[in-house]
Write a protein that binds this ligand. Structure first.
Ligand SMILES: [Zn+2]
Length: 106
């Protein structure tokens, strides 16, 4: 597992590169559950600020899938793809299921 992924899974600040740009991955104590479209979410991609902010109290089991979700959100924003949150969640769930079913992740 990469050093940066390991940091994220252990709720530590990390760096990610999106299309040559460095993003900060943060665990924010102030945001217990960040809002997304009026619903609670465990994280929020803020590509305009080059960061992904996780709620500090996100359950361990949700960190990886939420990271995948926010990666897709960032791609969606970067390429103006117009995917809604529902479609992004379907992509997140599908990608995570395929990675797990093929034992590419634990
Ligand atoms: Zn979303």
């Amino acid at each position: 597992m990469s050093k940066e992924l390991n940091k994220i899974l252990n709720r530590q600040s990390a760096k990610m590169i999106f299309f040559g740009r460095e993003y900060d991955v943060l665990f924010n104590t102030k945001l217990l559950k960040v809002k997304e479209n009026g619903t609670t979410a465990w994280a929020e991609a803020q590509p305009a600020f080059k960061r992904i902010v996780f709620a500090e109290d996100i359950p361990d089991d949700f960190i990886f899938s939420t990271l995948i979700h926010e990666i897709i959100e960032t791609i969606n924003w970067s390429f103006d793809m117009g995917l809604d949150h529902c479609k992004i969640t379907t992509l997140e769930t599908s990608i995570c299921a395929i990675l797990m079913d093929n034992k590419l992740i634990k």
